[in-house]
Design a protein around this ligand. Structure first.
Ligand code: COA
Length: 335
């Protein structure tokens, strides 16, 4: 059998500071009741000044390497999915590679907004399946709250910060990434974007009219998200040669409980098979799925042989899905 890319390590990091719905009630005209019934979110984490994108990525990555019992210099490649790097140049992945001491690894960033982690997982898996790499670190990290307008109640209640990471390793066993699906509809790009960023770039050093902030047409994004979770999930399951009945866990991007609920009902999946943690973290963009993986693994929900669907969607508008068969970590390297 061709070489598979198995998830052998996982880790997550969320900032210490918690922002509750009650806190937001004091900042904008909103209520805990509105936020919970419309989104399912109760609290989110906000990165402090020292919790940079690189720092959060490093914490999550170190935990992932520890669970994989892999030394940093065994990594061939570091891929970081982020839309909120500390610098546009250099890549976050290079800073992370140095922080980890992953001396042999190549490093690059990948931008696909909330879908970034699943895209990056797929890219990392292709490197392994092609035989070009044996160990790849894949990180999803975002600090979207730095780009939020905390006077805009339609966006500021939705997002939080965090990081998640997995280690992918070559495996001869029937496990790991079984299928991947990617898509994009750029005609909807302006439904979710950073308003004012081009003006900042074009201002040539002069102060731009105002600071860039995230803007969103929530209803359009909602409709798109419900449709795409179902479509991308079914395609990924089919490409893996499985049926929906054979799926043990769905870890969807954590944007809104109503989006997940509507999509899961359309799919006809039992709710017990769906991982939800957005009540505690809100939408952490590229971090949401690896955060879910790390939590589900740590709580023993993920068991060897389980088929797991990862499905993400967001700005672009872009989406990605993957079916992963959870493996028996430690067995491959004789641990
Ligand atoms: N608190 C109180 N009221 C709010 C509010 C808030 N935080 N945000 C919006 N409202 C108001 C609106 O102003 C509107 O008032 P109006 O009727 O007087 O104009 C009312 O609530 C209804 O707004 P609407 O946009 O229809 O609400 P909704 O049910 O569609 O929920 C979202 C809004 C943003 C929660 C929902 O559209 C959504 O989740 N969309 C997807 C967003 C997303 O997940 N994006 C990221 C994808 S990766």
């Amino acid at each position: 059998m061709a070489q598979r890319a198995a998830i052998t390590g996982w880790g997550a990091y969320v900032p210490a500071r918690v922002l509750t719905n009650a806190d937001l009630e004091r900042m904008v005209e909103t209520s805990d009741e509105w936020i919970v019934t419309r989104t399912g979110i109760r609290e989110r984490r906000i990165a402090g000044p020292d919790e940079t994108t690189v720092r959060m990525a490093t914490e999550a990555a170190q935990r992932a390497l520890a669970t994989a019992t892999l030394e940093p210099d065994a990594l061939d490649l570091v891929i970081v999915a982020t839309t909120t790097p500390d610098y546009l140049m250099p890549a976050t992945a290079s800073l992370l590679q140095a922080a980890l001491g992953a001396t042999r690894a190549g490093a690059f960033d990948l931008v696909a907004a909330c879908s970034g982690f699943v895209y990056a997982l797929s890219v990392g898996a292709q490197f392994i399946m092609a035989g070009t790499a044996r160990a790849v670190l894949v990180v999803g990290v975002d600090a979207l709250t730095r780009w939020l307008d905390f006077t805009d109640r339609s966006t500021c209640v939705l997002f939080g910060d965090g990081a998640g990471a997995v280690v992918l390793e070559a495996s001869d066993a029937d496990e790991g990434v079984l299928s991947t699906v990617h898509g994009s509809d750029g005609s909807g790009a302006m439904h979710l974007y950073l308003e004012g960023f081009p003006e900042l770039l074009m201002s040539n050093g002069a102060l731009p009219p105002k600071r860039p902030f995230m803007r969103m047409d929530g209803r359009e994004v909602f409709r798109f998200s419900v449709r795409i979770i179902g479509e991308a999930t079914l395609e990924a399951v089919q490409r893996a040669g499985l049926t929906l009945d054979e799926i043990d866990l769905l870890i969807p991007h954590q944007a809104n409980l109503r989006i997940i609920d509507a999509a899961v009902k359309r799919l006809g999946l039992p709710w017990e098979k769906v991982w939800v943690n957005l009540d505690r973290y809100g939408n952490t963009s590229a971090a949401s799925i690896p955060l879910g993986i790390a939590e589900a693994a740590e709580r023993g929900v993920l068991q060897p042989g389980m088929n797991v669907v990862l499905v993400a969607f967001g700005a672009g508008l872009a989406w990605a899905a993957s079916v992963v068969r959870w493996g028996a970590t430690g067995v491959r390297r004789g641990g």
